[in-house]
Write a protein that binds this ligand. Structure first.
Ligand code: HQG
Length: 181
């Protein structure tokens, strides 16, 4: 991602996931913002952001963090919100195993309490170990936990998959996590 994109992508994450109020933007209950309103209200802090650049960022963003509605009049973040919105994802059967990347300083708490959603809406899990490794590496030397998602699903614990492929669930109790001895 070009540096400028990265900067604007971070700005969009902040506005569309955490603090739309920062630029006086309103999201609807499903997290959608009006594209024209977003562009207008972003002018001060992001003078380079126009509809063409926005489209390019939505298309090329490394994690497909954002999505347009069908006629491209509205935009939202695919996941990762801390504000309360309903993404409208339907429950879905997960694969037998999913992965979560974390770091050693959290391990005692995770062994004790399992995975908690912390400041986000859900616990985020990946289908690929490699993705989980990248997620963990944001904080330090990654530790990859294998989650028995198939067993959880059999116990009626719900999973959702975001439009960019991230698996979401409410929490993962320690009994469903494979800890290396
Ligand atoms: C840890 C990024 C103590 C958890 C990534 C993680 C991902 C606990 C941190 C997405 C815990 C929360 C999500 C417990 C979990 N005690 N620590 N009981 N349970 N933790 O950022 O999964 O760039 O909210 O292991 O790439 O790291 O934003 O979650 O280290 O896809 O698009 O608490 O965010 O995507 O951190 O990352 P986060 P995450 P974006």
């Amino acid at each position: 991602m070009k540096t400028n994109y990265k900067h604007i992508s971070k700005f969009l994450s902040l506005i569309l996931r955490h603090n739309p109020d920062k630029i006086g933007l309103q999201l609807d209950e499903n997290g959608w913002a009006d594209v024209q309103e977003l562009l207008l209200k972003s002018k001060n802090s992001q003078p380079n952001l126009d509809i063409e650049l926005l489209k390019e960022i939505v298309e090329t963003n490394d994690k497909k963090r954002f999505a347009f509605n069908e006629d491209q009049t509205r935009i939202r973040a695919n996941q990762g919100h801390s504000i309360k919105i309903d993404l409208g994802y339907s429950p879905k059967q997960p694969p037998e195993f999913l992965y979560h990347g974390t770091i050693s300083k959290f391990m005692d708490a995770i062994k004790e309490n399992g995975l908690l959603k912390m400041s986000r809406h859900h616990v985020h899990l990946s289908e690929e170990r490699e993705t989980a490794t990248k997620v963990g590496s944001r904080r330090g030397k990654p530790i990859i936990l294998t989650i028995r998602s198939g067993t959880m699903h059999m116990k009626d614990i719900q999973f959702f998959q975001s439009d960019n492929g991230v698996w979401l669930t409410d929490s993962v109790s320690p009994e469903y996590i494979e800890f290396k001895k």
